[in-house]
Design a binder for this molecule. Structure first.
Ligand code: KG4
Ligand code: ZN
Length: 334
């Protein structure tokens, strides 16, 4: 059976709907919420309201783009978690009502697994087992991917996510939200070795980003006290140096996990995998360590429903359906 599935993503500040047919993405519509810009970060209540407004237009557009009518659908999928409760509730409630109205099975998807499964949308596809460095605004994980739906977290952050470290550093530099992409852009014109920030070494394959955040804060405070124009005068170099420290922190553990497991199939996923420095570094390390690396297309790095659809496709094939009591789970684990 080759299913046609409508998938909904609403875990944070992107409302997205996608259609997948026979494992091929026919539409992937994303409405990014601009409302958070003036607050310098995602405001959960505003995110829920924006999802509520966006969800019907986004789903309608996905069906139109895919040229699929509702009666052709075989299932409805949604992000169960992790994410913001109110935001998840909108997607979950919509999916349940839609599935109930059309008498279709419901499929719940883990957002972090979906980021990884985005690698099965386009070619080349990784071979099992592979390691995936999953880096987003809420998570930083090294995942051993044994099969489509069989994954094990080998290590993860014990405090902030690396995306959060990018965003908070950008905020300290006075850059607009979301800061990660802006910091990346400025870093491309800077010298990554201009300043040194600590690379924290946690036990095993775990990460910590709270210390580096504090050291960046102190560094900026001290230098700005001496020269009030320090940040604008050295912005590109500061961005490049922060980015370098964050990337080296990630790479240190990824190299260790690859070495210890003997796995040479290495993927990156999640919003921070759009970072140009990380993409370049992973390509350099591939040569150095003889890895085969997999980097998602930009559109599948940050949040999107195509990845939810891809995960739902594999769950459909296993007849892994949810019932009408399915509920959001903000802290969903694997
Ligand atoms: O996966 P995602 O869209 O949402 C979550 O699941 O969290 O990731 C968003 C995160 C944000 O922290 C954003 O700043 C970061 O990904 N991000 C980047 C870049 N593009 C997105 N960070 C650094 N460089 C980028 N180019
Ligand atoms: Zn995400």
């Amino acid at each position: 059976m080759s299913p046609t599935i409508l998938a909904i993503e609403s875990s944070c500040d992107d409302t997205s709907a996608a259609i997948i047919k026979d494992g091929n993405i026919l539409a992937n519509i994303v409405a990014t919420q601009a409302v958070h810009e003036k607050y310098g970060g995602v405001v959960p209540e505003l995110a829920s309201r924006a999802h509520e407004q966006n969800i019907i237009p986004v789903v309608t557009q996905a069906l139109l783009t895919a040229n699929i009518i509702k009666s052709e659908l075989n299932a409805v999928a949604f992000t169960r978690g992790p994410g913001l409760l109110g935001a998840l509730l909108v997607g979950c409630s919509f999916a349940k009502a839609f599935a109930l109205g059309l008498n279709l099975p419901l499929i719940e998807v883990n957002h972090m697994q979906a980021h990884i499964l985005a690698h099965f949308i386009d070619d080349p596809k990784p071979n099992f087992p592979f390691l995936c460095l999953t880096v987003s605004g809420g998570h930083t994980q090294i995942v051993l991917v044994k099969n489509y739906l069989d994954m094990e977290i080998l290590g993860q952050t014990t405090d902030d996510a690396v995306g959060e470290a990018f965003d908070k550093s950008a905020k300290l530099l006075g850059l607009p939200y979301p800061g990660g992409p802006m910091l990346d852009k400025l870093a491309q014109q800077g010298n990554p070795e201009a300043y040194t920030f600590p690379i924290v070494n946690m036990p095993g394959y775990d990460f910590s980003f709270s210390g580096i955040k504090t050291s960046i804060l102190n560094f900026l405070k001290n230098n700005s006290a001496e020269n009030p124009n320090f940040i604008p005068q050295h912005l590109n170099d500061i961005c490049a140096s922060i980015q370098r420290a964050l990337i080296l922190t990630l790479m240190k553990k990824l190299v260790a996990a690859a070495k210890d497991t003997g796995i040479k199939e290495i993927a990156i996923a999640g919003g921070v995998s759009a970072n140009s420095g990380l993409r370049q570094t992973i390509t350099e390390y591939a040569k150095r360590y003889n890895w085969r690396t997999y980097i998602p297309a930009f559109e599948y790095c940050t949040d999107n429903a195509a990845m939810i659809a891809m995960a739902a496709h594999f769950k459909y094939l296993q007849k892994d359906f949810s019932n009408q009591y399915a509920s959001p789970e903000p802290r969903l684990k694997f």
